[in-house]
Design a protein around this ligand. Structure first.
Ligand SMILES: O=C(CO)[C@H](O)[C@H](O)COP(=O)(O)O
Ligand SMILES: [Fe+2]
Length: 251
């Protein structure tokens, strides 16, 4: 059976001039995690913010007291050199470091320990993230099929296995885009093969699209514009949670 619903508002749609207050408020409104979108202007054609901002907002949200607990900072790293930033993000309070498979395979990142292989191995990167004491997530853009993850997800050593897979339901880079239902078969396939896996969906999620995502088996729901733009964000968060838990037979 799928793990319980985790609702992670994306602070991409928060008021960046009042970020601390917006993060506090969304937690009070019932969020489980904060989804923190990091964009570098290379991997995606947009820029957000880096470690100093994460350090500041961390002070507004209590650290989770358990694995996957409330207050988890779910950092979605839309960056070309994911290995390079692991330690920095750990130091500012990131709990879950979710990198893109496509970046891990194309980057010639230089790690603090020295130059990595020209092509960083996603499995090694997962182990490295775990060694720093964070949960590891791996994200797929719409063009990437889930079959690339089979070896990683079935690795015999749990240090090499991700704690979460993120299936993008928009092209990464911007909030407020239209949900791509074409990505849901990936979620279905993963849920069928890995009943316990945390499967996150990100992009265009809200009251109008949650049924499809929950039916497919997603349990970690990112929603930016649908939560921060709502008249009553608590109501939207509660609806997203109820839909996921109901479809998974948990209510
Ligand atoms: O990663 C992202 C964009 O690349 C965001 O997390 C995502 O788009 C959330 O925004 P919305 O819910 O408004 O689509
Ligand atoms: Fe995101």
């Amino acid at each position: 059976m799928a793990p319980k619903a985790i609702i992670a508002p994306s602070i991409l749609s928060a008021d960046f001039a009042d970020l601390g207050a917006d993060c506090r408020r969304t937690m009070e409104q019932g969020a489980d995690w904060l989804h923190v979108d990091i964009m570098d202007g290379h991997f995606v054609p947009n820029l957000t913010f880096g470690p100093p901002v994460v350090a500041k907002i961390r002070k507004h949200v209590d650290k989770p007291s358990a694995k996957y607990g409330r207050g988890t900072f779910d950092c979605h790293m839309m960056i070309a050199e994911p290995k390079k930033w692991v330690k920095e993000f750990k130091n500012v309070g990131c709990d879950l470091y979710c990198f893109h498979y496509e970046a891990a395979f194309s980057s010639a990142a230089e790690s603090p320990e020295g130059k990595s292989d020209a092509k960083t191995n996603p499995k090694e990167l997962i182990r490295y993230i775990h060694d720093q004491g964070m949960l590891a997530g791996i994200a797929l853009k719409p063009a990437t099929g889930v079959e690339v993850l089979t070896e990683i997800l079935e690795s015999s050593d749990e240090k090499d296995r991700p704690d979460m897979v993120l299936i993008m339901t928009v092209e990464p880079g911007f909030g407020g885009q239209k949900f791509m239902a074409s990505e849901l078969p990936k979620v279905q396939e993963l849920r069928k093969k890995y009943p316990e896996l945390n499967i996150e969906v990100d992009g265009g999620l809200g009251p109008g699209t949650i049924d499809q995502a929950a039916d497919a088996g997603a349990n970690v729901i990112v929603a930016g514009s649908a939560v921060f733009g709502a008249k009553d964000p608590s109501e939207v968060i509660a609806l997203l949670r109820k839909t996921v838990d109901q479809k998974a037979g948990k209510l």
